[in-house]
Design a protein around this ligand. Structure first.
Ligand code: FAD
Length: 450
């Protein structure tokens, strides 16, 4: 089987498991990581972007109070259980972020990955090298900038190296996406994207509007309600008129306009009033945008090999391979709304196997036809492009990947626990992390994992 020298960009959960699968397959991965340690998103950073609405060079989007939104036994890698042990810093079933970082660091140590990672080294460019005929891919020139202390001073050095293949694992929760709201530019209050939210202190005694009610919006609105005078959340599915929530007397839900861009608030008036779609209005001090993130690959921009259009990264065969360049460049970790770590593992195994020749990919033309059929199907269903990498809860993709790789499918208990946990969020938002009724499944999981 062929062995390749592979550049992996990023040492978060995706990059770490990619490195492990590549090495297991006989490849030689080098992992570039711009942070000072592994773990990616799960490295909580007190520092936030200087631009409250921008990325500002800060990768992390975790807030101090964050606990996982999945139970740990279903979240972990298939062959490295995420269970509480004597080293746990938070043994709860839905632990705080520190415990996830500890788990990923343990994963890196267990599979001896740390020696593969070049820390504080940012990839700044990836250029395709063409073969003699100018048609095929003959490797990649990867340019990177490494930071090191020399003589008490931080020095940056830019270098390039050639690799046979590139695996992109740079994460997609670092580049804020904002709601399009009429009048928001001139609005006098403070604005912040959830990317830069850490603790609620700055909202003490304020009236705060939170836009968006996905996991971050749900958590952050409650975090802020603990110190603010009032919190008003613009939510896609709220009925008309203001509605309070049961557990927080000062937290209100408002209806929103349904558009692709989460344009929840009709117009933010200059006196500080925020007007909601149903005409209700509040005079707010601050707005917190919990409106999600954008995919971005700055190091690929020069080449134009993939494009991002309304959060659709494409064209990509099964979210991983650009058909014309497969398997020489791949993307791991683009999907969302699934049990992500196991998905990263399956994608990584697929990439490793395709590079070695163990797994055969369809021709570029067939892959492109598949991509186009997928896009047409989405269009026929009326799904916006930004749902492209949303896997849903059917597990079709995961099962398909497992079959391609010749691996076991995801365990039944893992699927049922995941679906049940998601369902509990909508009915028991205040307590879904601490109360459950699937003890039988949990016992089955523990039995299996042990
Ligand atoms: P990341 O963890 O973002 O890692 C990407 C890495 O690439 C980073 O270390 C970054 O520094 C590095 N990098 C980026 N660009 C470069 C470059 N040019 N050169 C070198 N290095 C680079 N998932 C769950 O399963 N359960 C949860 O409960 C959960 N909660 C979440 C809560 C929040 C607030 C957020 C933002 C995400 C949450 N997720 C959760 C999703 C989480 O993103 C994934 O679990 C997973 O950690 C993503 O891993 P990744 O490796 O794809 O990306």
């Amino acid at each position: 089987m062929a062995s390749s020298r592979v550049a992996v960009i990023g040492a978060g959960a995706a990059g770490l498991v990619a490195a492990r699968e590549l090495r297991r397959e006989g490849h030689s991965p080098v992992v570039f990581e711009r942070a000072a340690g592994v773990g990616g998103t799960w490295r909580y950073d007190d520092a936030a972007s200087a631009d409250p609405l921008g990325a500002g060079g800060v990768h992390g989007s975790l807030y101090a109070s964050l606990r996982t939104n999945l139970p740990r036994e279903s979240m972990g890698f298939l062959d490295f259980p995420f269970v509480a042990d004597e080293g746990s810093v938070d043994p709860r079933r839905f632990p705080g972020h520190q415990e996830v970082l500890r788990y990923l660091e343990a994963f890196a140590r267990r599979f001896d990955l740390l020696g593969l990672v070049r820390l504080e080294t940012e990839v700044v460019g990836v250029r395709r090298r063409v073969d003699g005929a100018g048609a095929g891919v003959a490797g990649w020139t990867v340019s990177y900038c490494s930071r090191k202390l020399a003589g008490g001073e931080l020095q940056e050095e830019e270098q390039s190296e050639v690799f046979d293949a590139v695996v992109v694992c740079n994460g997609h929760f670092a580049e804020p996406r904002l709601a399009e709201i009429a009048g928001i530019d001139g609005w006098p209050g403070k604005q912040l994207h959830s990317h830069s939210y850490r603790v609620p202190d700055q909202f003490h005694g304020q009236v705060v509007v939170v836009i968006g009610y996905h996991p971050s919006g749900m958590d952050i609105s409650r975090d802020i309600a603990g110190v603010a005078k009032e919190v008003h959340v613009a939510i896609r599915s709220a009925p008309c008129g203001m509605q309070s929530t049961t557990a927080h007397a000062n937290l209100w839900l408002h209806p929103m306009v349904i558009t692709w861009y989460y344009s929840t608030i009709e117009c933010a008036e200059e006196d500080g009033s925020v007007v909601f779609q149903d005409g209700s209005r509040v005079k707010a001090d601050s707005v917190v945008h919990c409106t999600g993130y954008k995919y971005r690959f700055p190091f690929l921009e020069e080449d134009g090999m993939v494009s991002v259009d309304d959060n659709r990264v494409g064209p990509l065969y099964k979210h991983v391979f650009p058909p014309q360049m497969a398997p020489h460049i791949s993307f791991i970790g683009l999907p969302f709304k699934s049990i992500l770590f196991p998905v990263f593992r399956l994608q990584s195994n697929w990439v490793a196997g395709a590079l070695s020749g163990r797994i055969e990919l369809p021709s570029p033309e067939e892959m492109m036809l598949d991509v186009m059929a997928f896009y047409s199907d989405m269009e026929a269903r009326g799904w916006p492009k930004r749902f492209t990498h949303n896997l849903g809860v059917e597990f079709e993709y995961e099962d398909w990947l497992a079959e391609q790789c010749g691996l076991d499918k995801m365990e039944e208990w893992r699927r049922v626990i995941y679906v049940a946990a998601r369902a509990r969020v909508s009915v028991r938002l205040e307590s879904y992390r601490d109360e459950w009724d699937d003890d039988q499944l949990l016992a089955q999981a523990h039995n299996d994992l042990s």
